[in-house]
Design a protein around this ligand. Structure first.
Ligand SMILES: Nc1ncnc2c1ncn2[C@@H]1O[C@H](COP(=O)(O)OP(=O)(O)OP(=O)(O)O)[C@@H](O)[C@H]1O
Length: 328
């Protein structure tokens, strides 16, 4: 459904060189990205600020022409066949709106029906589904400029879907939203993804979006793909471990060891301990601990995706710095 081969985007930029001089340089925002995304996949595209996420999405949607490499979406070339592609994709870019600012939401939807020439019955069915799942009815008559960010985002999602796109590109769909709107947007996208009719690519800084929605995670940094796989792959590659936290009636005996686990913290005068489970299953660790100590309460904590992604970003910054130093 989406193919990228050695995709690259260079921007000419002027940088300060000395007090009064500016020099022309080339900034490579996307540096040889190759990815293949199948129909029905839900892919999270993440990376630190300036990594090249939005630039990639702009090339996929025909907004920017690649400097090199190949790209096709729905079998079309995004820039050369932008109008045909527009009928087959939906796009939500936080900064840009597809809605008419001064018109009520309902009117924007009506106009989009004409712009995309959607048959009335199809339009009605899709709109009804969005109204239900995204709870739009309370503000269908409100002019777009008066909508809250969360309401507008729900409107934007609807606008992007009314023509029945095969692929949906979302740039930061939950940024700045309150908890309730975030929840509404996530469960809506989850529902959409489960149907399997829409391929979804989303960029986000909110990793809970990824955990809730995407099986596949692509991490980009300095324009290059540094990880492509499941969240579980990410955890095993970067050595994320589950933790066992136990509240004890009395501290562990001196020298106590749990084979396959590392005692990582001791708090509350020894009454709370945390073990990092290296090579032991949670069940076995719990059994061994309960056998050896009087345990009041315990919990197994799953590895935190925020931690592992932060570690990945740090690794990729270090390796980029090393690449740079070996090249110079
Ligand atoms: N039109 C442009 N002209 C010059 N440089 C640009 C242009 N657009 C983007 N860049 C640069 O390209 C790099 C990648 O930008 P991009 O917006 O793709 O990053 P991003 O991963 O989406 O970042 P963020 O998470 O902050 O939105 C950045 O260094 C940015 O400054």
């Amino acid at each position: 459904m989406i193919e990228m081969k050695n995709l690259r985007k260079d921007f000419p930029v002027r940088v300060k060189a000395g007090r009064f001089r500016r020099e022309k340089r080339v900034l490579t925002a996307v540096d040889g990205v190759s990815l293949s995304i199948a129909a029905g996949e839900m892919v999270g595209y993440i990376g630190p600020n300036g990594a090249g996420k939005s630039t990639t999405l702009k090339m996929l949607t025909g907004v920017l022409a690649p400097s090199a490499g190949e790209v096709s979406v729905c079998g079309l070339s995004p820039v050369a066949q932008r109008t045909r592609l527009a009928l087959r994709i939906g796009v939500v870019f936080g900064q840009r709106s597809q809605l008419w600012w001064d018109l009520p939401l309902r009117e924007s939807f009506r106009l989009l029906k004409h712009v995309y020439r959607v048959p009335a019955a199809e339009h009605e069915t899709r709109l009804r589904r969005c109204r239900e799942l995204l709870d739009l009815d309370a503000f269908m008559e409100t002019p777009v400029r008066q909508l809250s960010l969360g309401q507008r985002m729900r409107g934007e999602l609807t606008a992007a879907l009314l023509h029945g796109p095969e692929v949906l590109f979302l740039d930061e769909p939950t940024i700045g939203l309150d908890v309730v709107s975030k929840q509404a947007v996530r469960s809506f996208l989850g529902e959409l993804g489960r149907g399997g009719d829409v391929t979804l690519v989303l960029t986000t800084h909110d990793l809970a979006d990824i955990e809730r929605l995407c099986k596949r995670l692509v991490v980009i940094d300095h324009g290059r793909v540094v990880h492509d796989g499941t969240i579980e792959d990410l955890h095993s590659r970067y050595g994320s471990r589950r933790r066992l936290v136990a509240d004890l009636d009395s501290p562990l005996p001196p020298g106590f060891a749990l084979p396959g686990a590392v005692l990582s913290t001791v708090e509350a005068d020894g009454h709370r301990v945390t073990f990092t489970l290296e090579s032991i299953a949670a069940g076995a660790a719990v059994a061994a601990l309960v056998n050896a100590a009087s345990v009041r309460d315990l919990s197994v904590i799953e590895p935190d995706i925020e931690d592992v992604v932060a570690r990945l970003y740090r690794c990729s910054i270090t390796s980029t710095a090393q690449d740079g130093s070996s090249a110079s």
